[in-house]
Design a protein around this ligand. Structure first.
Ligand SMILES: [Zn+2]
Ligand SMILES: [Zn+2]
Length: 318
């Protein structure tokens, strides 16, 4: 099959073996996939991953032990878990000690013709969510995770730092629950999107950090973003860290101690919420599509997605 592989360098091949199915596995034919910052970080060494990249996808079920899934249009949760370790038993299966993660950790991903996942990972899509929207379910679920982790009631000063792919999803999710969110970003065209959604925004160059924000959600994907978040958050405020980056820049964490700041790491989130929000047209994801390219152009597509200011690049397997 066709696949976009990373093994020290990025390469497209049309001769990758099709995935063999283990017991309980479902085979999905990929229709479309999205490139995210995590894919780009992997090519810089994040997680030490080797294999087929990609974890944001929509496809159709070709083979499954669960007959109800056959021919259904699906999206998939990316953590494949054991169900037996202490964390799984405690209901924290997304942190399973024995997990593999689609296209990120010990499991081939979705930039390919086919992918295999356990049936329990799959969610059938309603007709009201089209394939363009569906590739955003995974990152949108990650945006909804912020609501699961912090209480926003009465928090008046909430900033999303970063106007990239994830930042613009997090800002829309926060706004959808009535939070008075503000986006800080670098790109006029993205801040214009915020205006279209009636979300307040400010250019990064205009920001004078004053230690006055109740909550700062760092979606910058860079260590500098976290440093700025520490300067913006108020004493006893909260930083939600959404960025994953490969760089190991030394950071001075003393401000967290002095200001008694709470830092919350935040990763995967609830798929059902994301699918519902897309079905109800609560979140605009289509405006985030920068370009569609074919799987064969995968290397070029990754280079494009890495350019500053570029939003979502989609890979089509048609
Ligand atoms: Zn992602
Ligand atoms: Zn487990």
């Amino acid at each position: 099959m066709r696949a976009l592989l990373f093994n020290q360098s990025l390469a497209y091949t049309h001769r990758h073996p099709e995935p063999g199915l283990a017991a309980g596995d479902t085979l999905v034919r990929i229709r479309q996939a999205g490139i995210c910052a995590t894919d780009l970080e992997i090519t810089k060494g994040y997680m030490g991953f080797k294999g087929v990249l990609g974890h944001e996808f929509v496809g159709e079920v070709v083979e499954s032990p669960d007959k109800a899934l056959l021919k259904q249009r699906v999206v998939g949760e990316i953590n494949v878990v054991c169900g037996r370790c202490d964390l799984c038993v405690a209901g924290l299966s997304s942190h399973c000690r024995n997990r593999t993660v689609l296209g990120i950790q010990n499991r081939d991903g979705a930039f390919a013709d086919y992918v295999r996942l356990p049936a329990v990972n799959l969610h059938v899509l309603p007709a009201s969510v089209d394939n363009d929207q569906a590739v955003f379910v995974e990152p949108l679920a990650a945006a909804f995770q912020v609501l699961k982790q912090i209480k926003l009631d009465g928090r008046r000063w909430v900033t999303v730092l970063g106007d990239g792919r994830l930042g613009l999803l997090v800002a829309q999710v926060l706004q959808s629950v009535g939070c008075p969110v503000r986006v800080i970003g670098k790109y006029p065209e993205k801040l214009a999107l915020c205006e279209k959604w009636s979300i307040r925004s400010r250019p990064l160059a205009d920001i004078v950090p004053r230690h006055d924000q109740d909550v700062v959600v760092d979606c910058t994907g860079s260590p500098n973003g976290f440093e700025l978040a520490m300067q913006m958050v108020r004493p006893r405020g909260t930083i939600v860290l959404k960025s994953t980056f490969a760089s190991g820049k030394p950071l001075n964490l003393a401000p967290l101690v002095i200001d008694e700041v709470t830092v919350i790491g935040s990763r995967c989130g609830p798929f059902k919420e994301a699918i519902r929000a897309l079905a109800e047209k609560e979140i605009d994801v289509v405006s985030l599509i920068h370009r569609r390219m074919k799987l064969e152009q995968g290397v070029e597509a990754m280079n494009l997605a890495a350019r500053p200011g570029v939003l979502k690049v989609l890979l089509s397997m048609e």
